[in-house]
Design a protein around this ligand. Structure first.
Ligand code: NAP
Length: 273
């Protein structure tokens, strides 16, 4: 059951278009008596590109009690689905509770080092690399079954949501929105007479945990674009668990249409053969 939204926090990037859209939105929110606050908000709105959405989630600490929505003023907008020009009644619909909520499941990561266990969360992906960007060597397990000894630049573990981001640039598959899965995508795997790492991305279901036991002990892991340096790493585990965020939507979006529009750049319904 949707709850009444009263308090709103706005996250923005620094583009000129964002400034114009933000001013317009604040005016409309004030007209409907929404409170614009810095803390204890019901709804977080990001205005900008997908990077702004990721920044917002990080600042909100992936709080599961909050609703999230993105207004696109950036270039892509996979996560930022609302276009205020196409949805001029956005604030009115917020006021009337006339919206849908979509659960987006997150990647849960546990890092065990010599001294501690650290838990992280990511929406898009985790990238594991050597701290000094030397070749990474590690044992990879899926559901505790040995897959391989990987040698290469690094490993990326993407969620279905993140599959259209860095993953796709590395040749990973785009994973349908309604398919809860992780993609284990290699970054420049070594493949020669001596070393033979899997060069294809491997997609595993949300019921499986991917384990990485590195030979290099000092690593940098990048979560949704943010670097975390780690010393004396023993093991890294990644899975889709129960953690999720609620994204507010105005309409059902067709995933194939999004790929056609935003990756292929063909907004038309089709083209003549
Ligand atoms: P960033 O500048 O915030 O983002 C880099 C690009 O990735 C931007 O074009 C961004 O779109 C797009 N993006 C982010 N999430 C996406 C998603 N779920 N689906 C499709 N495109 C998405 O870079 P950052 O701060 O380093 O890292 C943020 C994210 O960028 C990472 O999570 C990673 O997936 C991605 N990234 C991609 C590459 C690559 O493709 N070679 C390299 C590094 C990072 P907007 O322009 O709309 O913000």
């Amino acid at each position: 059951m949707e709850r009444k939204i009263n308090k709103v926090k706005i996250f923005t990037n620094s583009s000129e278009k964002t400034k114009v859209v933000t001013d317009k939105l604040i005016k409309a929110l004030e007209e409907y008596n929404f409170e614009i606050v810095e803390e204890n908000y019901d709804l977080a709105i990001s205005i900008g590109g997908d990077g702004t959405f990721l920044h917002m989630l990080n600042k909100a600490n992936f709080n599961e009690e909050i609703y999230y929505v993105g207004i696109n003023t950036g270039s892509l907008g996979f996560l930022q689905e609302i276009d205020l020009e196409k949805n001029p009644d956005f604030v009115e619909r917020l006021n009337n509770n006339h919206y849908d909520l979509e659960d987006i499941y997150l990647e849960e990561i546990t890092v065990t080092t010599k001294d501690q266990t650290i838990n992280y969360t990511a929406l898009n992906e985790m990238v594991v690399r050597d701290k000094k960007l030397k070749v990474l060597e590690c044992i990879v397990e899926v559901k505790e079954e040995l897959l391989e000894t990987f040698i290469g630049d690094g490993l990326l573990i993407s969620t279905n949501t993140g599959s259209t981001a860095y993953n796709v640039s590395l040749g990973g598959s785009i994973i349908s929105k309604d398919l809860l899965a992780l993609s284990l995508t290699p970054i420049a795997p070594l493949k020669n007479k001596i070393y033979h790492s899997l060069s294809n991305p491997l997609i595993v279901s949300h019921k499986q945990t991917i384990g990485i036991t590195p030979k290099n002990k000092n690593l940098v892991i990048t979560l949704d674009g943010m670097n975390h340096e780690l010393e004396d790493v023993i093991k890294i585990e990644a899975k889709i668990g129960n953690k999720k965020i609620k994204r507010l939507k105005l309409e059902d979006t067709n995933f194939i249409k999004i790929i056609r529009d935003k990756i292929l750049g063909n907004e038309k319904e089709g083209r003549d053969l």
